[in-house]
Design a binder for this molecule. Structure first.
Ligand code: UDX
Length: 436
């Protein structure tokens, strides 16, 4: 049985490490963050991801999974997965590759001859080839492959154990055979296997995320048109989604995409295309980004309209802080961006979220946070629904009407039942739908 190492134990790495142990491999997860390693070693996942806690504890107890802050722990491993982050750089649109570069250096130092380094992080095309030549200079007997990850937060365990496809960018047959051993259970289950070269494997990931971002911004553009023409974008989305060539997924109009992937990936893709002299091909992504950011402003406009353009000392309740439900991730969260903009315009904003309050508080210390929905909403002049957690759909609008000052609900996710809220006496607004 192969021994695996996973470098970087964030959302991607911690999930990958636990899932590879679940597939039966001995896995060591390595990270420079001592605190994270200590937490993971005792079975605590330092973020919220459904099902991961149980899996981690199970595999640590089974003796298959361990964690270390000492990179020499990888020296007996046959395969090393690089799962570190590639955030947007502080100075522009490009990806910050410093974590990938330093991970590669450390792996190169300790990897045993004949082992395989496998990049999973999302990187600008051409990075894998550059890393490979750096690796070869330090450790000529180690090979490099690229195997992008497509997991969605909130479904990370499921997506890693049962991916909808496996893409491997390889230089030679030997690397492909090693990866086929790693994923033998997935292959036996019939999961499609795509062999590619290094640049194509890198591109698959950013192309997929660009397509998803485009779908979301497309429906948000239609929402703008519906607003102008008194149409209903939710009905429109349902109707076009029945065409199997279009499909009904990722057509949920609202305040748009956020998180640690889609926004920074489309920007890094544009930056890389420019370096390659192919910027014209991705000009449209600028518009995708602009439509996405405009959705946040459109919600703020609705708030202004409903409060007669006077936000000063108005009490606004915000339901949701995470960038999407079933996650405590607040990176580039549209909900928090909107909450903060409304606060800086003078409103008194209180935010509720079932899981993301502690992360949100660190980034937005000037917002108020509440762990109880009733307390969040009590006395509010207006309520904003900005992350579509299931608990918000189950709220009783009649009960809540008695505790707000003015019963105005703006649904930024088109996820609440507008008839139910209106029947309970609420003034109900949503993006891309007729105001009644
Ligand atoms: C995404 C990709 O889906 C995943 O394959 C990739 O590996 C990483 O990036 P993730 O960031 O977890 O995953 O979130 P995703 O479920 O894609 O949602 C992204 C954002 O789009 C969220 O803010 C979500 O609220 C928003 N969204 C999604 C919409 O606004 N409308 C939709 O119809 C779908």
């Amino acid at each position: 049985m192969l021994k695996l190492s996973v470098i970087g134990t964030g959302y991607l790495g911690a999930t990958h490490a636990a899932c590879m142990a679940e597939l039966g491999f001995t896995v060591v997860g390595v990270d420079v963050d001592q605190n994270k390693i200590e937490q993971l070693s005792i079975g605590n996942v330092p973020f919220y991801e459904p099902g991961l806690d149980e899996l981690l504890k199970k595999q640590i107890t089974a003796g298959l999974l361990s964690f270390s802050a000492d990179f020499s722990a990888i020296k007996d491993c046959d395969v090393h997965f690089i799962c570190v982050g590639t955030p947007q750089s502080k100075t522009g649109n490009a990806a910050d590759l410093s974590f990938v570069n330093s991970a590669l250096e450390k792996v190169a130092k300790f990897a045993k001859p004949g082992s395989l380094v496998v990049g999973k992080s999302t990187v600008p095309v051409g990075t894998a080839a550059r890393l490979r030549s750096q690796l070869k200079q330090i450790n000529p007997d180690v090979e490099l492959a690229w195997n992008p990850e497509f997991l969605r937060e909130g479904f990370a365990v499921e997506d890693t154990l049962n991916p909808n496809r496996l893409v491997v960018g390889v230089i030679d047959d030997k690397s492909e055979q090693v990866l086929k051993q790693v994923y033998s259970k997935n292959l036996a289950a019939g999961i499609p296997w795509i062999r590619a070269d290094l640049p194509t494997a890198e591109l698959v990931k950013v192309a997929a995320n660009s397509f998803l971002a485009t779908k979301i911004s497309f429906i948000n553009a239609m929402a703008e048109i519906c607003e102008a023409a008194d149409g209903d974008v939710t009905v429109l989305a349902k109707a076009i989604g029945y065409d199997p060539r279009i499909g009904n997924k990722f057509l949920q109009a609202g305040i748009g995409f956020g998180g640690g992937c889609l926004p920074k990936d489309i920007r890094a893709f544009m930056a890389r295309a420019e370096e390659l002299g192919a910027q014209q091909a991705l000009e449209f992504l600028k518009e995708i980004d602009a439509i996405n950011l405009r959705a946040r402003q459109r919600v703020i406009e609705l708030v202004r309209k409903d409060l007669s353009n006077d936000l000063k000392s108005k009490k606004i309740a915000v339901l949701g802080a995470a960038f999407k439900p079933d996650s405590d991730d607040v990176r580039d969260s549209p909900a928090l961006d909107i909450a903060e903009q409304i606060r800086s315009a003078g409103a008194n904003v209180t935010v509720h979220d079932p899981k993301a309050i502690s992360n949100a508080q660190k980034r937005f210390p000037n917002l108020n946070f509440e762990s109880e929905i009733e307390k969040t909403i009590s006395g509010a002049d207006l309520v904003l629904h900005l992350t579509e957690w299931k608990i918000y759909r189950e709220l009783d609008p009649a009960k809540l009407k008695s505790i707000v000052k003015t019963a105005i609900m703006i649904d930024g996710r088109n996820a609440l039942d507008q008839d139910k809220w209106r029947a309970a006496g609420w003034k109900f607004r949503a993006l891309g739908r007729v105001a009644k």
